[in-house]
Design a protein around this ligand. Structure first.
Ligand SMILES: C[S@@+](CC[C@H](N)C(=O)[O-])C[C@H]1O[C@@H](n2cnc3c(N)ncnc32)[C@H](O)[C@@H]1O
Ligand SMILES: Nc1nc2[nH]cc(C(=O)O)c2c(=O)[nH]1
Ligand code: SF4
Ligand SMILES: [Mg+2]
Length: 214
């Protein structure tokens, strides 16, 4: 049984694929936080910007089989876009708690490229077409290679030099959005300064928040 918080058609807002039309499938649940505000301060990941509890979001629900969830995702992709490769981004919560080979296979059969946004602490199933790893504090990485490493910045226990020799094609700093924490801090300026001083790193901004879409 797959538990999906929400699923929607939008543009990828982050990283090297920013601007690309995408179905986002947000799985429920995470291994680093319960998702409850009362637990945030003591969680293994404390700055999350996302509600991933339950299955009550837009197009959310419980799906008994890979075929059912793949069909649900396929129905959200616009018809008559024959020159674009359909693209689905699995996120969460932590998608590697639920994403499996049968679901990836079904999506490939339907012509989709499959992307994943993960905290990197769990091993992925084979067949993922675009893997984005976003380390969280001192939580050990199980994944040390992929397409992009997207580090939320700054994090006291996850400094960029700890990651810069890993086998990723792209290295991004994403300024921490501290508004979910009720804080104010110029993390965009801090990330900008770091990328200018350390050119291996590129700045990525969350364009969906700037532009005002999901
Ligand atoms: C909500 S997470 C879900 C996927 C996975 N659990 C992970 O952490 O990568 C999606 C993306 O949002 C990023 N993110 C979460 N909270 C953020 C924040 N407050 N500011 C900037 N990026 C954030 C994560 O690092 C990750 O790249
Ligand atoms: N537009 C848009 N792009 C995104 N890229 C990563 C997101 C995520 O929450 O994983 C996200 C999201 O929530 N919305
Ligand atoms: S690991 Fe990802 S989903 Fe889980 S709490 Fe952290 S940012 Fe949110
Ligand atoms: Mg998000």
């Amino acid at each position: 049984m797959y538990h999906v918080k929400e699923a929607f058609y939008t543009l990828q807002g982050e990283g090297a694929q920013a601007g690309r039309a995408s179905i986002f499938c947000r799985f429920s649940g995470c291994n680093l936080w319960s998702g409850r505000e009362v637990d945030r301060a003591h969680a293994k990941c404390t700055f999350c910007d996302t509600d991933f509890i339950g299955t009550d979001g837009q197009n959310g629900g419980r799906f008994a089989t890979a075929a059912e969830l793949a069909a649900h995702i396929n129905a959200l992709w616009p018809k008559g876009s024959a020159n674009a490769t359909p693209y689905v981004v699995f996120t969460g919560g932590e998608p590697l708690l639920q994403l499996d080979t049968p679901l990836i296979d079904k999506l490939h059969q339907q012509g989709f490229e499959v992307a994943v946004e993960t905290n990197g602490t769990l091993l992925p199933p084979p067949g993922i077409d675009w893997l984005c790893v976003s380390p969280k504090g001192s939580n050990p990485l199980a994944i040390t290679q992929g397409n992009e490493l997207k580090l939320v910045y700054p994090q006291a226990n996850a400094l960029p030099p700890a990651f810069e020799d890993l086998a990723f094609t792209h290295f991004f700093l994403q300024p921490m959005d501290v508004s979910p924490l009720g804080l104010q801090s110029d993390t965009i300026a801090q990330a900008t300064d770091y990328c200018m001083a350390n050119p291996q790193w590129r700045l990525t901004l969350q364009i969906h928040k700037i532009a005002g879409f999901d």
